[in-house]
Ligand binder design. Structure first.
Ligand code: GLN
Length: 482
């Protein structure tokens, strides 16, 4: 079997009976065995259960009744997505031993199509971070350079796909947690429109921003996996049912006459090499017949303060449930209820989580609410209006994803503000709720992946995937040397 098996190839192998699910699963488990010791993508892999499910899938297919063409293909799932009977830690000590009694809506959908759970992937604690360094389970390393971060917070999922340990993976994106690691690891990652995918069973970080999305080694794979998880769900009142118009056959890469907006603000403070690379790729889109439209997203500079006020405010409320009483870590030394809360939370949560709970609680407190939280909401409105105006003259927006390529482990971890600043190009899409993706645009001179961002108006996943497809076709495929 080839070293890398994409979702599409796996589906073809199974359909032609050239490989069984058991063989695919075995090959991937061997790859994880040999590589993950130095990458640390996975927090949990349930070998025996996985092999058992693969055999079940093989039996379904042998009986002529596969649940879908993808029946029997395993995918990796970020560890903040609830999995029944499989430990779900959110990368935190406070949930180190938490085994949920139910499945997230996305996991139910995947299981309904016969896909298998390959494993749960490493992440920044409670999805707060941009490097996967805040995980209680140790950092994930970038497959292109083990001294560097894979990005975050879905770093484990991105690295697993980049290293071909998983055909595809699920992640979550509150402020860039799919796109930034996809960019750092050289894979495709899409954050769909807010509401496209049910978040029932996604452990909440900042509910007005959180969205589940997908990683693939190709744009097609990211789209295919997304098509399997989207749709309305009574378990998430913000989810909606919309037609899936982005199946592989819908993605032609045909761009003639398409208006591609290029926001000047997204090229400021970005490394010269990334700017040059993205501009060169924009030139190639123009050669395909797209019309390049300069646009302005003038409130971009406020995105960081707006996001870090709203996200922390929501987090401070969402994380109140970890109190040592109902589930999760309970401190054994506590002698009173107050001490139980204090000790469980102060020993269960890591430093970054505490920083954010304190920040969020502060900005919501009486006397400060108007000055901070309310003001942030007004800023959010300005950013939403920015996009509304932009989509009057452009069908899609392209830009860099990150200001630099993958940075070194330890380089930024002690400077939270600088770490927050690194989200400048991704968080606006979450504030506006629009779909956005990262697609590889080649390697830097030092051999690190460069990501190109494509953003579209609400529910225009098809357009962004189509442009991403063209970008992918315009360059050589990249892969880490492992
Ligand atoms: N880096 C951002 C944060 O720390 C975004 C994280 C995310 O999208 N989950 O909040």
């Amino acid at each position: 079997m080839k070293q890398r098996i994409t979702l599409k190839e796996g589906t073809a192998l199974l359909a032609s009976r050239k490989a069984s699910s058991r063989e695919i699963v075995t090959a991937l488990l061997e790859r994880i065995e040999s590589l993950d010791g130095s990458i640390n993508s996975f927090i949990t892999v349930q070998r025996e259960e996985l092999l058992r499910q693969a055999e079940e899938s093989d039996r379904r297919r042998a009986a002529g009744a596969p649940l879908s063409p993808c029946d029997g293909i395993p995918v990796a799932v970020k560890d903040n997505i609830i999995t029944r009977n499989v430990r779900t830690t959110c990368g935190s000590r406070i949930l180190e031993h938490f085994v949920p009694p139910f499945d997230a809506a996305v996991c139910r959908r995947l299981a309904g199509a016969g896909l298998l759970l390959l494993g749960k992937t490493n992440m920044d604690e409670f999805a707060m971070g941009s490097s996967t360094e805040t995980s209680f389970f140790g950092p994930t390393r970038n497959p292109y350079d083990r001294e560097r971060v894979p990005g975050g917070s879905s770093g484990g999922s991105a690295a697993a796909v980049a290293a071909a340990m998983a055909p595809a993976a699920l992640g979550s994106d509150t402020g860039g947690s799919i796109r930034q690691p996809a960019a750092f690891c050289g894979v495709s990652g899409i954050k769909p429109t807010y509401g496209r995918v049910s978040r029932y069973g996604l452990v909440a970080y900042a509910s007005s921003l959180d969205q589940i999305g997908t990683f693939g080694a190709t744009v097609e794979d990211a789209a295919l996996l997304l098509s399997l998880i989207c749709g309305g769900d009574p378990g998430d009142s913000t989810s909606v049912e919309r037609p899936v118009d982005f199946m592989p056959e819908d993605l032609t890469g045909e761009l003639k006459g398409m208006r591609i907006g290029v926001p000047e603000e997204y090229f400021q403070g970005v490394s010269a090499e990334i700017v040059e690379r993205i501009r060169e790729r924009i030139g190639r889109l123009e050669k395909r017949g797209a019309v390049i439209v300069p646009i302005s997203l003038r409130y971009t500079e406020y995105a960081i303060p707006v996001y870090y006020l709203i996200a922390t405010a929501e987090a401070s409320s969402n994380l109140a449930r970890y109190d040592g009483v109902r589930y999760g870590y309970r401190d054994g030394e506590a002698r009173s209820l107050t001490e139980l809360y204090t000790l469980s939370r102060s020993r269960g949560f890591g430093k970054e989580i505490k920083r954010r709970i304190i920040l969020g609680t502060f900005s919501l407190s009486s006397g400060y609410y108007d000055a901070y939280y309310l003001k942030a909401l007004k800023g959010r409105r300005l950013i939403i209006d920015d996009f509304r105006r932009a989509f009057e003259s452009a069908d899609v927006i392209v830009a860099p994803v990150t200001t630099t390529t993958a940075f070194k482990i330890g380089e930024m971890i002690d400077d939270p503000l600088q770490m927050y600043m690194s989200d400048i190009l991704t968080i606006s899409a979450n504030l506006a709720g629009i779909p956005a993706m990262s697609v590889p645009a080649g390697l830097s001179s030092s051999g690190l992946p460069v990501g190109m961002q494509v953003m579209g108006d609400h529910f225009r996943e098809k357009v962004i995937l189509n442009v991403a497809r063209a970008i992918e076709e315009d360059g050589e495929p990249i892969a880490p040397r492992l």
